[in-house]
Design a protein around this ligand. Structure first.
Ligand SMILES: Nc1nc2c(c(=O)[nH]1)N[C@@H](CN(C=O)c1ccc(C(=O)N[C@@H](CCC(=O)O)C(=O)O)cc1)CN2
Length: 283
């Protein structure tokens, strides 16, 4: 068996086209969704993601601003900026690029963002809403994974989803989103014993461990759906947590790195910003 490859990049392009049409319609009703991205420091990967967010916003006709702060910015300075953005009625979505330098408490910053502008879906209020199955902003990477699975017609209800990774950005929220879809969810992490026993039992395996090549064809069963969320640079080359070539031979569906889950992250951010604008403006 050789898996069908799910290209998030292609799906992202289709969805962004639909969003472009939606922003044009909103503009006719005087609604102009606006996203503000804040970056602290000059980490090259983070810089490239925020530029990608800006480019993507512009392409669908959405307003966006980038606030670039120096590596030495204090927590108080950043919190002041967030307060100003919370008050600004023209701003619908606020995103602070992670990770932040060590002098800044990430959780404090996340909690300072007005939950109705929290297009990352990281605020505890939005996390709680997701936990209780309410409509809210879902974190972009997990939400992108859900949309990819649905668009590929992968059935989720009653299936055994095994997730490797328990970060607040990906592992935990993706488990919650799929539980809300009636999947049976197992979370594995760095202290899980006998990892392969778990991965072999997965109908859908989501790998977000940050370890290049952690999962190979030997770790999965025939027909498993494999979603690779890994972002690793090996010898300057971007690579996932899954050994694509060997896993592809056994999987039914598989996502590549690059061009898999990554592009969906930015797409769902655009989706959340449009949603924020509709909520705020139509109140
Ligand atoms: N505030 C946030 N910070 C971070 C998030 C987030 O969702 N919110 N996620 C990641 C980084 N990220 C977005 O910010 C992100 C990661 C990867 C991609 C992507 O499109 N990847 C491409 C490859 C790009 C490359 O060559 O480097 C792919 O996989 O094809 C987009 C966004 C951490 N921080």
């Amino acid at each position: 068996m050789s898996a069908e490859v799910i290209y998030g990049k292609k799906l992202a392009e289709e969805l962004r086209q639909e969003m472009k049409e939606e922003t044009a319609k909103l503009a006719k009703n005087g609604i102009y969704p606006k996203l503000v991205v804040v970056i602290v420091g000059e980490d090259p990967a983070s810089m490239s993601y925020v530029k990608g967010k800006q480019r993507a916003s512009e392409k669908i006709g959405m307003d966006s601003d980038l606030i670039e702060l120096s590596e030495e910015t204090s927590e108080a300075e950043l919190l002041n900026i967030i307060n100003r953005l919370n008050e600004d009625k023209t701003v619908h979505g606020i995103l602070v690029q992670l990770p932040l330098p060590q002098q800044i408490d990430e959780q404090k910053v996340i909690e300072a963002i007005n939950p109705s502008k929290d297009v990352d879906g990281f605020h505890p209020i939005n996390a709680g809403r997701m936990l209780t199955g309410q409509e809210t902003f879902y974190p972009c990477t997990p939400f992108g994974i859900l949309v990819m699975l649905k668009r590929a017609n992968v059935s989720i209800e009653g299936k055994h989803v095994v997730i490797i990774g328990r970060s607040n950005l990906v592992g935990k929220p993706v488990g919650q989103l799929l539980l809300n879809e009636h999947a049976t969810v197992t979370h594995c992490h760095s202290r899980t014993e006998n990892l392969r026993e778990h991965t072999k039992r997965a109908d859908i395996l989501i790998v977000a461990a940050g370890k290049a090549g952690l999962i190979t064809g030997e770790d999965i069963s025939e027909g498993t759906v494999v979603i690779d969320v890994g972002v690793n640079r090996v010898d300057g080359k971007l690579t996932g947590d899954v050994d694509f070539e060997s896993a592809k031979e056994k999987a039914s569906y598989i996502t590549p790195v690059p061009k898999g889950v990554g592009p969906m992250t930015i797409t769902m951010l655009l989706h959340n910003t449009i949603k924020a604008a509709k909520w705020i403006e139509q109140k």
